[in-house]
Write a protein that binds this ligand. Structure first.
Ligand SMILES: Nc1ncnc2c1ncn2[C@@H]1O[C@H](COP(=O)(O)OP(=O)(O)OP(=O)(O)O)[C@@H](O)[C@H]1O
Length: 381
């Protein structure tokens, strides 16, 4: 049971905003839809909310056709980044709105509406704010009122479109934890749209990665981070960076060395892409087996050290990330040459249409780079 989205397509003129999108959402699940601007996230939400209709495809909830229902009868609560509160209404009036506009037969009594609003304001921790107007609230408080307003109709599905998008970084982080706890206690099926990787990975049970109207990958935050299914997912989620590698048969050519890769189906590939993540570029003594890099730009950010590295034969610098502890142990002043090892690489083989045919995450058999030519241990495919 839950929501089953099948083969949704939405086109605006010649532009395809949603292309064959299929997704199952379990009851009570918290799913984040993550993708860059224009990837189709809002288009998907609008269709689920009943604000738009797809050109093709279906959405079923517990075997009922959701698309056949009028927006007001879908039991959907909406919170948008710019879904402003009614400025001329108090907080209590805003929260009560969804109940007050119900047809009279379905409308609760005034006393029940009052009790419900009080309960909701308690839940979103805004007791005592009932008589204020939106202009008298902070951005974070306004979004909590918007959430209370969405919850007032007791939705079966909560759709949140960048709800914290307009808030400053610190408030965002606080509200993330708060919303997660809130979801845990209420268990409402929730779809949360964001273009912020941290937000999606930190909050969601599962993450849907969208790219140009298509779903590239669906998985737990850990799965998507560890095993990105496409070069896009790797770049967007795991900050994967392209290395100038080539694969011929079972041999991978990288930085002037030739490596053997086992069981990688890249023979017929139109294109091979090899990625490395910043944290897989580890510091090493500047000796024979390390890759030599020039330190261009060093930043200390919240307990981590980030650096741009100039590596011979690469046009763009590589971004690396270490802990302060590792940096203190191995560090060198900016401008110096340092040694690094590449601990893990993800190799993608693509066909002519850009579809991934084969993927492997490979680790050199020991930390050293480059190592003696030999088989790399393939840990997953
Ligand atoms: N009514 C419309 N008419 C024409 N094009 C549209 C319409 N609505 C959306 N689009 C286009 O469809 C694409 C997807 O838009 P959508 O709003 O779903 O993206 P998004 O992933 O939510 O982006 P953002 O993070 O910027 O909100 C965009 O290129 C957008 O310009």
């Amino acid at each position: 049971m839950g929501i089953e989205i099948s083969r949704l397509r939405r086109q605006f003129g010649a532009f395809v905003a949603l292309d064959d999108v299929s997704l199952k959402i379990g009851d009570g699940e918290f799913v984040a839809v993550l993708g860059p601007s224009g990837s189709g996230k809002t288009s998907l939400l609008r269709i689920l909310a009943g604000l738009d209709q797809p050109d093709a495809g279906s959405v079923f909830r517990d075997d009922h056709d959701l698309l056949a229902l009028d927006a007001r009868r879908r039991g959907v609560g909406l919170v948008f980044q710019h879904y402003a509160l009614f400025p001329h209404m108090t907080v209590a009036q805003n929260v009560a709105f969804g109940l007050r506009v119900r047809p009279w037969r379905l409308r609760p009594r005034a006393s029940a509406i009052k009790a419900s609003v009080e309960g909701l304001l308690r839940q979103v921790e805004l007791e005592g704010f009932a008589d204020r107007y939106p202009a008298q609230l902070s951005g974070g408080q306004r979004q909590r009122v918007a959430l209370a307003r969405a919850l007032a109709i007791e939705p079966r599905l909560l759709l949140l479109d960048e709800p914290f998008g307009a808030l400053d970084a610190q408030v965002r982080v606080t509200l993330r934890g708060w919303l997660r706890e809130f979801h845990r206690s209420l268990g409402i099926t929730t779809l949360f749209v964001t273009h912020d990787q941290d937000e999606a990975l930190e909050m969601a049970d599962r993450v849907v990665v969208m790219n140009r109207g298509r779903i590239d990958q669906v998985g737990t935050p850990e799965q998507i981070y560890r095993q990105p299914a496409t070069p896009f997912a790797s770049r967007f989620i795991a900050r994967g960076q392209t290395l100038p590698a080539q694969v011929k048969g079972q041999q991978l050519h990288l930085f002037g060395h030739v490596w053997h890769i086992e069981s990688f189906a890249g023979d017929d590939a139109h294109e091979i892409t090899v990625h490395v993540r910043p944290e897989d570029i580890v510091l090493a003594p500047l000796s024979g087996d390390a890759l030599k890099a020039q330190l261009l730009n060093l930043r200390h950010v919240a307990g981590t050290v980030r650096a741009s590295l100039r590596v011979e034969s690469l046009d763009d610098p590589l971004e690396a990330e270490w802990s302060e502890r590792d940096w203190a142990r191995h560090g060198a002043p900016s401008g110096d040459a340092i040694g690094v090892h590449l601990q893990a690489l993800t190799v993608f083989a693509m066909d002519r249409e850009g579809r991934v045919q084969s993927r492997a995450t490979v680790h050199p058999p020991h930390a050293g780079f480059p190592i003696a030519v030999g088989p790399w241990r393939r840990v997953e495919a």
